[in-house]
Unconditional design. Structure first.
Length: 94
C-alpha cells in the first residue's frame, strides 16, 4: 500500500473542496509524525495513516443524504463510501 497513491486519490475525491483536502493532509501529517515519534510498529502505523487520510470520507454523502455532515451521519455513511472508493481505486495494486 502506497500512502502517496491514497493521498492522490483522496485529493481527486475531494477536488473542489480545498478545505477538506487541507484538513486531511494536516491530519495525516500529524498522525504520521506521532506514529513515527512513538515508534509504533510499521503495520500499525500504516493503519493509523490510512485512517487519518480517509477519516472524513463519509462527509459528501452525508451532506447529500441528510443535509449535514454530523459525526453520526458520517459514521453511518463512511464505511460504505470507503468500501466503494477502495473497490473502485483497487488500492491493493502497487
Amino acid at each position: 500500500m502506497d500512502n502517496n497513491r491514497l493521498l492522490m486519490k483522496m485529493i481527486e475525491f475531494d477536488a473542489g473542496s480545498p478545505q477538506r483536502i487541507q484538513h486531511f493532509l494536516k491530519v495525516h501529517a500529524f498522525a504520521k509524525l506521532i506514529g513515527e515519534m512513538e515508534r509504533i510498529p510499521e503495520e500499525t502505523r500504516q493503519i493509523l495513516e490510512i485512517a487519518a487520510i480517509t477519516h472524513d470520507i463519509g462527509i459528501r454523502i452525508s451532506e447529500k443524504k441528510y443535509g449535514d455532515a454530523s459525526g453520526r451521519h458520517q459514521e453511518q455513511e463512511g464505511p460504505a463510501a470507503a468500501e466503494a472508493c477502495w473497490a473502485h481505486w483497487d488500492m491493493r495494486k502497487g
